[in-house]
Design a protein around this ligand. Sequence first.
Ligand code: UDP
Length: 239
Amino acid sequence: MTEKPVYSRILLKISGEALAGNNGFGIDPEMIKKIASEISDVVKTTSVEMAVVVGGGNIFRGIAGSAKGMDRGTADYMGMLATVINALALQDAIEKFDIETRVQSAIEMRQIAEPYIRRRAIRHLEKGRVVIFAAGTGNPFFSTDTTAALRAAEISADAILMAKNVDGIYDSDPAVNEDAQKHDTLSYIDLLNNSLRVMDFTAVSLCMDNKIPLKVFAVKKEGNIKRVLLGENIGTSVS
Ligand code: UDP
């Protein structure tokens, strides 16, 4: 352990989209390997305790199911199951680098994951294990961004690191508007007032109420997770 991170415990949010890489759907083996390698590098070379929340949008989103006529609650449970698939894939990829991990699921499925137990998750973190939180909050009508905010508050994480396909928060969609400007810093109130949809409003208000700083950065650029942990100002910081 040589490098000193600015945080001692963080929560990394990986969207399903990030796991899909350029395919836009499913799990890109190269992408998940790359993310796992960065997580393992951080765990091996710094003292930071790392919890991870994975999304499921690369497989299924409840809102898409309900737009096609499904019952929203049922569709959201499907979305939560999608996050479990991603969590298991990420666990497998991280363990290939000889890092101990635990998956804790908000919906009990004892054959494949531990149930989510807050104090147990904290104990795993203290022992240097990467804890992957699966199945969102366990409740329909929520998102994995809200899960990230909730779990970060529960485990007293120093920050949420949001690994995205874009390299920060822009004033308009950079994929649509080539003049879009990236923000370096923002407040949570700015996110709400300007409807900057980097997270849903429930997640934003949880972060704001619990004073959890958020770092939004590009997952594709190698070494970015560590850069943020070592205090480099990349992407957008929200507090
Ligand atoms: N989901 C849910 N409750 C939660 C978390 C997630 O119902 O607490 C469902 C919801 O349908 C969501 C899906 O799981 O669309 C996948 O999560 P999300 O869309 O947040 O994933 P991401 O956009 O990060 O890939």
